[in-house]
Each structure stands twice: as C-alpha cells, then as structure tokens.
Design a binder for this molecule. Sequence first.
Ligand code: PMP
Length: 405
Amino acid sequence: MIDVLNIRKDFPILNTTVYGNPLIYLDNAATAQKPECVIQTVDELYRTCNANIHRGVHFMSEQCTEKYEQSREKVRRFINAEKKSEIIFTSGTTGSINMVACSFGERFVSAGDEIIISEMEHHSNIVPWQLLCERKNAVLKIISFDDNGILRIDLLDSLINEHTKIIAVTHASNVLGTINPVREIIAKAHLYNIPVLVDGAQAVPHGNVDVRDLDCDFYTFSGHKIYAPTGIGILYGKEKLLEQMPPYQGGGDMISTVTFDKTTYAQLPLKFEAGTLNFIDAIALGAAIDYVNNTGRQNIFEYEQKLLDYATQKLASIEGLKIYGEANKKVALVSFLLKNIHHLDTGMILDKKGIAVRTGTLCAEPLLTHFTQTGLVRASFAFYNTFDEIDALCENLEKISLMFK
Ligand code: PMP
C-alpha cells in the first residue's frame, strides 16, 4: 500500500510553490523528483567520501570503489541480471543506446544489413541507429503501430529477413504509455538468432523488470527517471555479446595494459567504462533503488495504475479532449490535446497554476507524425502524485476550454 502523504514528505521539492500555487508535478516521464535519502547520499559522499574509484590504494578511494561496486550489485538484483559484469554504468538511456549502436554496430553491422526499430521510439532509440546506418550503409526498418497506439507485431515476420542484425524497441512508450509485448518480440527475434535491445527508460520506474525473464540481449534505462540523480544510467548486456563487442571509448579504467604498439582491454564491465565515471551518482542510484525496493515495486505499480485509470476517465470526460494512446496496458501517463487549443497554450496556462506538464514533440516526432500532430500535452505520474492533483489538472483544463470557446 502506498501512503502517499507520508511518501510526499520524502520529496522536499514537492513543497515548492510556483507562482504562488503549490507545485503539481506531472512531468515525471521527463525526470522524476529525488527523495531525501538520494539527496543526502550525494551530499554525504562529497563531504566524506569523494575519491576516484578503481585507482588509488588509499583508504577513501577503496571505500568509494566498494560503494560503487555495491551499487552495481544492487542494479544487477534490481533487473535480475545473471552477472555483475553485465551491468555497465553509462550517462543514461541515450548513452547506453549510443554505446550499443556504435560498438555492436562496429562489430556486427555491414553494408546492406538491416536494423528494425518501431514507429513509437523516442529519438534516443532512433537517431543512434540512423547514424549507424549512415556509417555502414545499412537500412533502418520500422514496425508501425495502430491508431490506438498498439504495436503491429503481426508485421514483424514480414520485416525480419537474413539481413536483420538487431531489433531495438521501447518497453513502454513515453508518449502513448503503451507497454509493448517485448517478451514476445524477443522470443520471435531469437527464433532467427537476432538480438534485441529494449529501451526501458519508461518501464523501469513503473514496475518490475526481469531481464532474464524477458531474455533481452540489451536493456537500457536512466537513473534520473527512477528517483536517482541525473547523468547516470545503465546498459545491461548479455556477457557473450558484450565480450564480442569492441570498446566504445578509449581511456582510463577500460584498459589492461597500454603500450604504443598495442593496448589490451580490461575485463567486463570496465571495458565499457572509460574515464572517470560519474561514480557519486552511480552510488546514489543504489540509494534510489533501495528507496524504490523499500516502497515496493508492486505497490508502486498498483498505485500508479489507479492514478492512471482515474486520470484517463476524468480527462476523457472533458469535452473536446482527445487522448493519444489507448492500449490496455499502459504506464502511468496520458498524452492529449484539448479541442484545437495549441499544446503550448495549454501547457503555459497550466504552468501559471503551478501544474507542470510536458508539451511539444515529446522527443518522438515520427510518432506524432503518425497522428499528423506537431505537439501534444503529456501528464505523467509518479507514486507521490495524488488524486487531488489530477482533479486540479482537470478543473484547470475545463477552465482553459472555456477560455478558448
Ligand atoms: N527513451 C525513452 C522511452 C525516454 O522516455 C527517454 C527520456 N525521455 C529516453 C529514451 C532518453 O533518456 P535520457 O534522456 O535519460 O537519456
């Protein structure tokens, strides 16, 4: 059970006022707020335990290294990976996908090969593959979705062929909310020995993720969307693939020995962790994971689904409001347009009431093109949001609707 009033006390920023109104933060899909324990972890580390990891023999360096590696273990358990060596710290989902597109692409993709992504991807799961295709003269193919926002996985068979080298698909859409049947997609891809990358940026914050159950080959997510600091993220990769892939960046920590003739590389996962990593925020990611585990991922899922159902019903009852994304299984977000009112107008007026929503292309232009739209309004929820906040959103939308009569 989520005791939302108590939970809200853990997030100091929720006491902020905006233009004299209490903040109603409904932009959690863009970035989530941080609980006190995460803020304190960062603060305490800089005050008491800040030294570069994997390098020094001195006390503090060793302490920091230990905490960093403990955090890796927490991430491993959080997504149920088999080995710690399969967990790579990156700067975020975008960093993780670029790493795979470059390194996997360098090793496995050649001219004429094909990569499949979906029509509902965030730009971060489009552009790295486009860049790879340009470099390698490869071809990008697209799984489309229907007007309810459901992926046409029935089309997958017609897209896969002997040239397909990888499929990259989002676990949950940041615009439609759709939770995709990634397990099914992966099972199908594996019949053809095709690896699958899952963009988990919008799925990890909202429920349980088990990479072994999914059997995905790569899984990516961002710390800042699961209550950890910005600038830290995760790439999970199956060891047998990561081992065959060349390093992404060269520099400190990813080497074994360096001479001017030849450099040999460190074992996994360090092979993919060049330079001074964001070790402070990696440790704080561990604190965020503890917080989420203590709150209970099933509790979070159930409470957020109630928020989603309530918001969907209330929003749908507003005259002239159209919801984009009507799949049965969704994460807790709703994208919409109110009559023919410009998304920026809606967003700016809500802002004046202290209500933070996201507006614009939502970093998914091809998805919006499907609906011949150039922008939407998105309200996205976390387990610290309340039903009253949804009421306030809807009341203000009704008022905006009258203003533009
Ligand atoms: N994929 C999806 C589905 C997302 O929602 C986002 C963030 N909006 C990203 C990728 C990119 O995440 P980041 O900016 O943290 O790298």
